[in-house]
Design a protein around this ligand. Structure first.
Ligand code: ATP
Length: 239
């Protein structure tokens, strides 16, 4: 493979793994439409961890839903390495930890975490031993290794949230989106989640975290604030 054959090697991935331009989204309400996003712009490079703050109802979850393709904008574009998201965009390109988690109730915790690896086909497929090793490592890191055989409804919401995070990072996505990943954790488990998010970015992912948590802002490379439908830079994290 030549040095110009892929975006990764030319540095294009790292230049802008995620590029959002002119994003607009309104929701109809009887009293008048709610203009949640009003021409929002955002670029995130691979290797960068960006936190998105904003008051409750400012549109953070709506933004993540548009970025991962759960919802469609009224106008504007979302590009991953220059490509628009589609129904066939693999979890290796974009993975999400949504607020609602979205774990499959009929699969165990371990099976949920393995899903992105098992769905990965072709040259990027992973053999069963490697899948098990990756799943076990993530469950251990997030302190839910005793729960792999249980079903989502048999564990707490905070434990489900860590399982959903493990699932999101399992296949090492180019872009990782997470919505309030520390919202349901106790003080003992928050550092493990922070370390995992930071490591994903250090390993090359573009990581976007919607959060109210000052501890998450402290591990960010860049912080942006969502206000009145647009993002403004709030500067580098202050440690
Ligand atoms: N599907 C929808 N239909 C109508 N209105 C919606 C819909 N989704 C979100 N909204 C509205 O859009 C606004 C932004 O909501 P959103 O959940 O994105 O905020 P948020 O910043 O994530 O809030 P929080 O921090 O409380 O999670 C709110 O006014 C909400 O009521």
């Amino acid at each position: 493979m030549t040095s110009t054959s892929t975006g990764t090697e030319t540095g294009q991935y790292r230049a802008a793994a995620l590029r959002v331009t002119g994003l607009r989204r309104s929701f109809p309400h009887p009293g008048g439409d709610v203009d949640v996003l009003r021409g929002l712009e955002l670029s995130v490079r691979g290797g960068e961890l960006v936190t998105v703050s904003g008051r409750s109802g400012s549109g953070k979850s709506s933004l993540l839903a548009l970025l991962c393709g759960f919802d469609a904008p009224d106008s504007g574009t979302v590009l991953f390495d220059g490509e628009p998201i589609g129904a066939d965009t693999p979890w290796t390109t974009c993975a999400v930890l949504p607020q609602a988690l979205g774990l499959a109730g009929e699969l165990t915790i371990a099976e949920n975490v393995a899903l992105p690896l098992r769905l990965r086909g072709g040259a990027r497929s992973v053999d069963s031993t490697a899948v098990t090793a990756r799943v076990n490592a993530l469950l251990t890191e997030l302190r839910i290794d005793q729960l792999g055989d249980r079903y989502p409804l048999e564990v707490s919401f905070g434990q489900q949230q860590r399982a959903a995070l493990a699932r999101a990072v399992a296949a090492r996505p180019t872009v990782l989106l997470t919505d309030e990943p520390t919202a349901h954790l106790d003080a003992g488990t928050t550092p493990a989640v922070l370390a995992l998010l930071r490591r994903c970015a250090d390993e090359g992912a573009a990581v976007i975290v919607a959060t109210h948590d000052a501890q998450v802002h402290r591990i960010a490379d860049r912080r942006v604030a969502l206000k009145e439908g647009v993002l403004t830079e709030s500067g580098p994290a202050v440690n």
